[in-house]
Design a protein around this ligand. Structure first.
Ligand code: FE2
Length: 340
């Protein structure tokens, strides 16, 4: 994408995020990654009169190949964390999510926007206030529920006892002090009580495995008891999932993480075919998907901070809160949450 177009979408982002001439915004990058994004955000923020600067960390020294969430270059840079705490807003071009440093920055009242997806996707899924309203309606329903029941014609039948952890909404921008969001995004989620998930989840062909960035071809059957995955069975994808999880040598990877549904009518289920280089935010957001996750729940305030994390958006599921349908066969079931 050319610089002017990138700058224009960053201007849209920062405007929705409430940036103005009274604010300080720090853009955080590492190595040679997304320096074009950094320049575009700096120029956009300057256009809005904000005090802008760019904090660039060195490239990470080693990579395991696995997507180990929560380990960032900020961990060894207490001075940098202190600087970031002084901002009104941080634009995260690294992916800080699940790190203690991100939590510390948010706790200081700083809002954080993560932007790491391919620029054409940022442009196509520009956040809107309309999308925010529908996501917040979903969050309202989720926050007051005690039970989530998910079913599918493929055999999924699982119950989450919810209400003990907060509800999180993601709508792709953030104008609220201390709040994090991710561009692009449009979904809501929460987590179950630590021992509060029981049942069976059956992945069907076309469901999505993140961070593998692949589609399931053969059914995968998860058995879940008291909040822990106790068995994973199926064909090739089941073997890949088990092999990947085994790489972490951490039994807490079998914990149940966040769960919720997607609301962006513009996001495409087939998005991986176009943006395989991204981290799958389009797949987390597509309209009527039900996404469950395994691994950490520290993002929600829970005790499990394992680095082994999978997000699995599923098609064609039904999701009920205290018996009331939110999603039916992959379509949004609540009138005011539906796309116009
Ligand atoms: Fe996740």
């Amino acid at each position: 994408m050319d610089f002017n177009s990138l700058m224009e979408i960053c201007l849209h982002q920062l405007t929705l995020s409430g940036v103005n001439d009274s604010q300080k915004v720090i853009v955080l990058s590492q190595g040679a990654e997304r320096l074009d994004y950094a320049d575009a955000f700096l120029a956009a923020g300057q256009r809005l009169g904000a005090r802008m600067y760019h904090l660039r960390l060195p490239a990470p020294v080693q990579g395991s190949g696995a997507w180990a969430v929560g380990a960032t270059g900020l961990a060894a840079n207490a001075d940098a964390v202190e600087a970031l705490k002084q901002a009104d807003m941080v634009v995260d071009l690294i992916f800080l999510l699940f790190s203690p440093e991100q939590m510390a920055i948010q706790a200081a009242g700083v809002r954080i926007l993560t932007a790491v997806e391919p620029a054409p996707l940022l442009a196509r899924l520009l956040p809107t206030t309309e999308l925010r309203e529908r996501v917040e309606i979903g969050a309202h329903y989720l926050a007051k529920a005690k039970t989530m029941h998910i079913t599918s014609r493929h055999g999924t039948d699982v119950t989450y006892k919810i209400g003990s952890y907060p509800t999180i909404s993601e709508y792709g921008y953030t104008d609220t002090p201390g709040r994090w969001d991710h561009w692009p995004a449009a979904f809501v989620f929460t987590g179950a009580a630590d021992d509060g998930v029981d049942g069976t989840i059956v992945l069907a062909p076309g469901d999505v495995l993140l961070p593998f960035n692949t589609y399931v071809r053969e059914p995968v059957v998860y058995t879940i008891e008291n909040g822990w995955v106790t068995d994973i069975r199926g064909g090739l994808e089941a073997e890949l999932i088990k092999s990947y999880m085994g790489e972490f040598k951490d039994p807490r990877g079998m914990g149940m993480s966040h769960v919720g549904w997607g609301l962006d009518h513009r996001a495409q289920w087939h998005g991986l075919t176009q943006f395989g280089g991204g981290m799958g935010m389009e797949l987390r957001s597509f309209y009527g998907n039900v996404m469950f996750s395994t691994g950490p729940n520290n993002e929600l305030g829970g005790p499990n901070d394992t680095a082994c994390h999978l997000d699995i958006p599923m098609r064609g599921c039904s999701l009920f809160l205290d018996g009331e349908p939110m999603v039916l066969d992959g379509d949004i079931a609540v009138k005011e949450m539906k796309a116009a």
